[in-house]
Design a protein around this ligand. Structure first.
Ligand SMILES: *[C@@H]1O[C@H](CO)[C@@H](O)[C@H](O)[C@H]1NC(C)=O
Ligand SMILES: *[C@@H]1O[C@H](CO)[C@@H](O)[C@H](O)[C@H]1NC(C)=O
Length: 361
């Protein structure tokens, strides 16, 4: 991500102009219900995808649906109190119940396919692990790094091993909130972008969810603020290049994680609209776009090679469906639903950022 400028320019010229906004406004009850209905339909289709391919969905894919399940439970509880939202609330409840049963079945398949990885990360699949934000804030642009390091340095293995230390699942004798010197260095290293950055954030989010407060974790909020400010900057850049396919996955992961961190400015209506437009209508999944343009296809392939994706546990189906893309998409969309339910605009709380051009810093 350090200096992909020539590639990005090429992409810009190959892409069609951004489509105009077509989602209704959110300042009326009807507008909100319409948007909520659109999101729910997308989530129902994605859950159908999960159901169809359950034996083949890896843990990283399943986790996104666990996050979604928690979001839906909260939304359902909120809407059940409003007579106007009874039918939406029922739909949400039905979807959450279906997810719960699919998630339980998925454990059975994950035990067969990757028992070691399952043992290490199983806590993150349990109900209630992912705590939703109760208070909202916004990113602070003055925390954005002057430059980003090259992406190459990120190792998914080292990052996984630090997360396992934190969860305390390395073996029977280890305790949660573990932090070695090498993990401290990796997780606080400045200048990270892409997955290096999102995993640094994930580390501190999980620390908070596990209740780790000692030592470095005393400063968790500082790191969460720092990382999400940079993730916001990267998301704006992804938008500026027309959400070229390889950036969509991290774009949605950033919304999923920073939304979970309580940063309401990740919930922009135009970003919601973009994500909804990426769903494959037939499969219900998210993944590689159907590309008609030969030139654009070449550029995407070249850029994918250039970015050297590190998502070891990613699974790409032959029809272009990606389990990781789908997981980040449903958790991001669930976050939009959660924000809609949590913060009625009439209450003057943070709301979905209106579709306006990116504000200057
Ligand atoms: C943003 O961060 C800067 C640098 O840490 C700080 O001085 C400033 O008060 C922050 N602004 C807000 C609104 O929190
Ligand atoms: C637990 O893990 C630590 C660090 O990886 C290792 O030194 C120790 O021998 C392990 N203990 C058991 C019981 O496997």
């Amino acid at each position: 991500m350090a200096s992909p400028a020539p590639l990005l320019l090429l992409l810009l010229t190959a892409l069609p102009p951004l489509w105009p906004s077509s989602l209704p406004r959110l300042d009326t009850a009807e507008g909100k219900a319409t948007v909520a209905g659109l999101i729910l339909s997308a989530l129902e289709r994605a859950t159908f995808f999960l159901e169809e391919r359950l034996p083949e969905i890896n843990l990283d894919g399943v986790v996104g649906f666990r996050v979604l399940e928690g979001q839906l439970r909260s939304v359902q509880a909120e809407w059940a109190q409003d007579p106007l939202l009874q039918s939406l609330s029922l739909r949400v409840g039905t979807l959450a119940a279906k997810l719960e049963s699919l998630l339980q079945t998925s454990i059975f398949y994950l035990k067969l396919s990757d028992p070691e990885y399952l043992r290490e990360f199983q806590p993150t699949l349990l109900p209630g692990f992912w705590k939703l934000p109760r208070a909202w804030t916004r990113t602070n642009a003055s925390l954005v790094y002057p430059t980003f390091e090259p992406e190459d340095s990120f190792s998914e293995d080292s990052s996984d091993s630090c997360l396992v230390e934190l969860l305390g699942t390395r073996n029977d004798s280890s305790q949660p909130c573990g932090l070695s010197d090498s993990c401290r260095a990796l997780m606080t290293k400045p200048g990270c972008s892409a997955y290096c950055l999102s995993h640094q954030l994930l580390f501190f989010l999980w620390a908070r969810m596990k209740g780790c407060t000692e030592g470095l974790f005393h400063h968790s909020q500082h790191y969460i603020d720092l990382f999400c400010a940079n993730m916001m900057d990267l998301n704006r850049r992804a938008e500026a290049i027309g959400y070229a396919y390889p950036t969509r996955d991290i774009f949605m992961e950033n919304i999923m994680f920073c939304g979970m961190g309580g940063f309401s400015d990740f919930y922009k209506l135009r970003w919601l609209e973009a994500i909804l437009s990426w769903q494959k209508v037939q499969e219900g999944c998210f993944g590689k776009p159907d590309v008609k343009d030969e030139e654009l296809s070449k550029v995407i392939q070249y850029q994918q090679h250039f970015l050297r994706r590190v998502k070891r546990r990613e699974k790409q189906f032959t029809d272009g469906c990606s389990t990781h893309n789908t997981a980040t998409a449903v958790a991001a969309l669930g976050g939009f639903l959660y924000v809609l339910a949590e913060n009625p605009p009439a209450h003057g709380m943070p709301r979905l950022s209106p579709p306006s051009p990116p504000s200057s810093h």
